[in-house]
Design a protein around this ligand. Structure first.
Ligand code: ARG
Length: 594
């Protein structure tokens, strides 16, 4: 089973070979003039140039050999030597039938499944998430789903930031505010017996809202107040030495944050398989440093221990990886390196994809080079998949009206508010009960945010424009949901009237267009996979919805002759199945009604 484009490429490549031309020039692409042809092969131009021959003549030679293929209804030479191909109605009908009945992932499944880790999201204990985390979550989730869809064994890891200086700051701030907790922590640190229930209750009273309030204040104070900062540093070190009271309090911070984060992520359709944190690799660091030293990779640099990663021919100057600072503490890249080691021993991925802001590119390049030098990963087995920023109208990374960083939760609530307005405008306020209305508003909001992000190549920055994102018309998430809802209601009506689908017969131009669009799904998914670029799936979903819209306008379904009606119904079902799958790969789904 193969899509038409691939099938035709093989035929054309053979025709090139038969004509004594390089077969790789026989590649077929979708036509840029769908009014004239379905596919085109442009290779005769390059072949003629190399052979110093007339391109139209070469194209005619190739065309002659193609004429006998049953899949091809017409071959024409256009312009200087383009070969235009029109697929026969029979071939198109057979292909559409295949798409309607065969497993969705069938044709695009990878030949050999690999173990893949996607490192995305990257939330931190007690620090609220912002729009950078939103992009990482949206893109990472989609890449994870696309890889899984094609058959790889994929694990998504939130890579929880749970072990840094912010922990010392928080321990200080919470114990300052809550004498009861301070006393319990002190007793535990000193190894004195405590009333376990009372400790649990005291710590349990500190919730995420408290951490949200205390952390920014503590962080701000640490910037001004040297003594306060020093104390937080000591507390961090004591935590990292696993002093019992501090560790217990930390565990509480960790757990409350994680529960709240999981809830927020889940609402966004983002779910992780693993919540490994920096704390999980802490114990690996000392032996890793010994290992790196034994391998001769560590160099002393003014008291610090570094790994030099520069290579001949580097276009930009990369800093070394700072493994141990002159004060003896592990640095930024060290937990990342230890995590690579940890993943190798637990899962041994063939590929780890890091979905993190493009501005971190050098950081990851340095860490990855060090990991390969140390034998923790294969060359090419670690890949940073960066992305641009979501900007405000001023073209700078998005800020709130007050100039602060927008919290993820506030952003989602803004989108939901706008979605409710849109649904009211569309008159759905009266039609849906309160729970269904809220569910629909949430789905519209998530689709709006995700599609607005994923329709661009991830490296591109884009401007946040909630008005445009939530519109039911144009290239938006809600438009796609609306198309799904429309087909579903059509299919419900058909079912109510006892009308069933039957064999697909492609005849009309709008049917041809829809079948050709359906055929392009596998290639779009493969492209998204190879480039780690979900925008190819987003683009396909949009084209599919548009093709369907034109088909629906041009080809009556319920009013048609029984055979035609059965065929068109089957086509509508196939399109719904594929569109819902595409949306699922992007990480959102449609409501029942809107
Ligand atoms: N927690 C980090 C942040 O909030 C992102 C972590 C990215 N992933 C990684 N493996 N370092 O910026």
């Amino acid at each position: 089973m193969s899509d038409l484009k691939r099938g035709l490429s093989e035929v054309v490549a053979q025709a090139f070979a038969d004509a004594g031309l390089p077969p790789e020039l026989g590649r077929v692409t979708a036509s840029d003039r769908p009014d004239l042809a379905d596919f085109q092969a442009n290779g005769a131009l390059a072949a003629a140039k190399a052979a110093r021959r007339n391109p139209r003549e070469l194209a005619a030679q190739v065309a002659e050999r193609l004429a006998g293929d049953a899949r091809i209804a017409a071959v024409e030479i256009a312009g200087p030597g383009f070969i235009n191909l029109k697929v026969s109605d029979d071939a198109l009908s057979a292909r559409a039938q295949e798409i309607a009945t065969e497993p969705l992932a069938g044709a695009s499944a990878v030949e050999a499944a690999r173990r893949v880790i996607v490192d995305y999201g990257g939330p931190n204990v007690a620090k609220p998430m912002h729009v950078g985390h939103l992009r990482s979550s949206i893109i990472g989730e989609s890449i994870k789903r696309i890889y899984r869809f094609r058959g790889d064994n994929v694990v998504g890891d939130a890579h929880f930031g749970d072990w840094g200086f912010q922990m010392g700051l928080l321990i200080g701030a919470v114990t300052d505010e809550q004498p009861q907790i301070a006393a319990a922590v002190e007793a535990l640190n000193a190894g004195r017996p405590v009333d376990d229930e009372a400790v649990r209750a005291a710590m349990g009273a500190v919730d995420l809202a408290d951490l949200d309030r205390l952390y920014p204040a503590a962080a701000a104070r640490a910037k001004e107040d040297i003594e306060y900062r020093e104390r937080a540093r000591r507390l961090t070190a004591a935590l990292q030495a696993r002093t019992p009271g501090f560790h217990r309090l930390w565990l509480h911070f960790h757990d409350v944050t994680r529960v709240a984060l999981e809830r927020d992520f889940h609402a966004l359709g983002v779910d992780f398989d693993l919540w490994k944190g920096e704390s999980d690799v802490e114990d690996l660091i000392d032996p890793m440093v010994d290992d790196l030293a034994a391998k001769g990779l560590l160099v002393d640099d003014q008291g610090a221990r570094i790994i030099r990663v520069v290579r001949d021919g580097d276009k930009r100057e990369l800093p070394p990886l700072l493994v141990v600072s002159s004060e003896g503490s592990a640095m930024d890249g060290t937990p990342d390196l230890a995590t690579i080691l940890d993943r190798k021993s637990s899962f041994d991925p063939a590929l780890a994809i890091y979905c993190v802001d493009q501005r971190q590119a050098d950081h990851f390049e340095v860490v990855f080079r060090a990991a390969v030098m140390a034998g923790f990963a294969e060359e090419g087995g670690l890949e940073h998949v960066g992305f641009g920023t979501m900007n405000g109208a001023d073209g700078k990374p998005f800020k709130t009206r007050e100039g602060g960083v927008l919290k993820l939760n506030d952003l989602i609530e803004m989108a939901r508010t706008k979605a409710r307005e849109r649904l009211h405008e569309a008159g759905l306020g009266a039609e849906l009960d309160a729970a269904a209305f809220e569910d629909t508003a949430h789905k519209v909001a998530v689709a709006a945010l995700k599609f607005a992000d994923l329709q661009n190549f991830r490296g591109t920055s884009y401007v946040f424009d909630l008005d445009r994102f939530t519109s039911f018309e144009g290239k938006t998430g809600p438009y796609l949901l609306y198309q799904v809802v429309r087909v579903k209601s059509l299919l419900r009506r058909a079912a109510d009237e006892g009308v069933t689908a039957g064999p697909i017969r492609i005849v009309e131009p709008a049917e041809r267009e829809l079948a050709l669009t359906l055929d392009a799904f596998d290639a779009a998914v493969a492209e998204a996979y190879d480039k780690k670029a979900p925008n190819h799936v987003a683009e396909h979903a949009y084209r599919l919805a548009q093709s369907f819209s034109r088909f629906y306008a041009a080809c009556p379904i319920m009013g048609a002759e029984p055979d035609v009606r059965a065929s068109r119904l089957a086509l509508a079902q196939a399109m719904l199945r594929q569109l819902e799958q595409a949306l699922d790969l992007l990480g959102f789904s449609a409501p029942e009604r809107m």
